[in-house]
Design a protein around this ligand. Sequence first.
Ligand code: GSH
Length: 232
Amino acid sequence: MIQLYDLATKYPNIRFSPFCWRIKYALAHKQLPWKEIPIKALTEKDLLPTPNEGKVPVIVDDDTVVFDSWDIALYLEKKYPHHLLFDGDESRAQSLFVKHWTETVLHVLVSRMGILDFYETQNKADQKVFRETRENRFGVSLEEWGRDPEGARIEFLKALEPLRQTLRSQNFLGGRTPNFSDYIMVGIFQWMRCGSRLKVFEESDDVFDYQERLLDLFDGLGRSSPAYASIG
Ligand SMILES: N[C@@H](CCC(=O)N[C@@H](CS)C(=O)NCC(=O)O)C(=O)O
């Protein structure tokens, strides 16, 4: 069975890595069973199979180790060419745009919305490394970076307007049925839903309904990690 190395938190069943969620949805889409191996990705990098880039997700499929969520998706598509994640080259090319759009435009806003909660979900040892590496990357303290979650939320909702408009004529980025672009999006939603207590969407927002549709897929796969706001 495929093994998937995922990001652990200090809560036994909270998982919020956006990159790992992409892969869980891709595996479920292809009806491939997997075993999840949560590790403290900041301090237990020596537990990762080789080769790796010091990050999760990494999968082990028999003797093959693949890292990086995009490369894992391409690997799965080639090795298991049923229930396609990309309906051909054009669809893969468009998903590549969605990947870069999310990583360059949306991720920074998610990080500003949720950084202090993401920090809080980590184990003590990981918190230390999380703070050091992120403060080094941002050039300011975590508290300063996450100073205005509501402002970041408003910018995030604005940045989602092309998605919102698209959802007026189709249920998924893949059209009538979801494809890997949708799994990139659910990764972002899960990052906020499972890693932060901030309520991002009004229920009147079409993107909220889209998130619900994605959470319902594969017998409620996305709901297998509780919302952070729902735990004590
Ligand atoms: N390009 C990678 C990014 C993976 C990534 O950043 N994973 C995070 C967890 S969400 C990680 O393992 N971080 C560990 C670290 O920053 O040291 C992918 O798409 O898989």
